[in-house]
Every structure is written in C-alpha cells, then in structure tokens.
Design a protein around this ligand. Structure first.
Ligand code: S3P
Length: 196
C-alpha cells in the first residue's frame, strides 16, 4: 500500500489494506477487531491465534516453556509473514509494537490504530480475565494495578507512534466503537515522505 493512498470511504474496495490494532491487553483489539473487519469486508486475524497455530501450543505454554524472549522473536516473525499479505484487520498482542522495531514495520506496511485506554478501565477488564493471560495471571490486585501503571508508561511511547489514536473504545457498544474507527480510517492519509 502506497503511503499517500487515501482509504476508500465506502469500504467496497479495500484491496491492499492492512489495519493493525494496537494497545494494552484488555483494550478490546480482538472483540472490536472482528466487527471492524466485518464492516470493512476484510479478513480478521488475531496475532496470538496465528502464533498458536504455527507453534501448535497456546501462548501461555510458549511463555511457560520457552520464555518471553522466544515468544517475542516468534511474534516478530509472524508479523513479517503477515505484513506480506493484504486485506486484513490484525489484532496484535499488547506488547507487539514494543519489541524488535515492530511499530515501524506496522507503520511501513499499513495503518496502525491505537485503542488508548485508561488504567482504571484496563484494571477492571484485566482483573476479570487475568487467568488467561500469562503476564498477569499470578498477580494480586495491588500488583496488577502496579503492573498496569508501569507497563503502560513503558509502552506508551510505542503506542503513541500509531497512525490513528482512538479514545473511549467501548467494548460493550461495539457498533459505536467501530463507527468511530471507520470514520478515522476513511479520512486517514499520510503525506508522501512523512515518517511516524
Ligand atoms: C501480551 C499480550 C497478549 C499476548 C501475550 C503478551 C503483552 O495479547 O500477546 O500474553 O505483552 O501485553 P493480548 O493483548 O491480546 O492479551
């Protein structure tokens, strides 16, 4: 996709589109991403699921048995593979943009969209689903609060490089959130030669 390409407002012909959803765990990338892909008539891919398929084991096992460094290398390889394809909405993992220069790869090959979410909202969503998430499953509530604070502030410089930043994503009202995103994507244009 050329950098100066303006997206098609009607989403009837999205040939060559790559939409990358980025943001902290629990910000709604997967749930909103599925619906966004439907509206935009694009394929939906979840990066964790893609890695799980190629590795034939869950992300939690990859972390437990091979460690985070291995996972991050696997994640980068998966991204390189997918960024060579077209016509998808990809929900990345919360840490994806922050390792191996991935944010630059995303911005070179498509449109990155950050779902900016406050610490309190993240806490309430993650507290309820921590068991499935290897990085936080053993944390007490106060440790989880601290983890969100420190990890979010370390990751924000990467997230901030997104082409589009969306506030107030509501996972309970997916229709409204999807409309917000499609409006921004429709008007998104990167000036030729501009880098993010
Ligand atoms: C991670 C987030 C997870 C998954 C892995 C690491 C992170 O994805 O990639 O557990 O570092 O924040 P989700 O953001 O989809 O939960």
């Amino acid at each position: 996709m050329g950098k100066s390409k303006t997206t098609d407002r009607s989403f009837k012909n999205n040939t060559g589109m790559r939409i990358y959803l980025i943001g902290f765990m629990g910000c709604g990338k997967t749930s909103i991403g599925r619906e966004l892909a439907g509206v935009m008539k694009l394929r939906f891919i979840d990066l964790d699921e893609y890695i799980e398929k190629t590795e034939q084991r869950p992300v939690s096992d990859i972390f437990k048995l091979s460690g985070e460094r291995y996972f991050r290398r696997r994640e980068h390889i998966a991204l390189k593979e997918l960024s060579g394809q077209d016509d998808f909405v990809l929900a990345t993992g919360g840490g994806t943009p922050c390792f191996h220069g991935n944010i630059y790869l995303l911005n070179r090959t498509g449109i990155s969209v950050w779902f900016r979410t406050g610490e309190e909202t993240l806490f309430s969503r993650l507290y309820a689903s921590a068991i499935h998430r290897p990085l936080i499953k053993d944390l007490t509530p106060s440790e989880l609060t601290e983890f969100i604070k420190t990890t979010l502030s370390a990751r924000e410089p990467f997230y901030r490089k997104a082409g589009i930043i969306i506030d107030g994503i509501d996972t309970e009202n997916t229709k409204l959130s999807v409309t917000k995103i499609t409006e921004q994507i429709s008007s998104y244009q990167v000036a030729p030669g501009q880098t993010r």
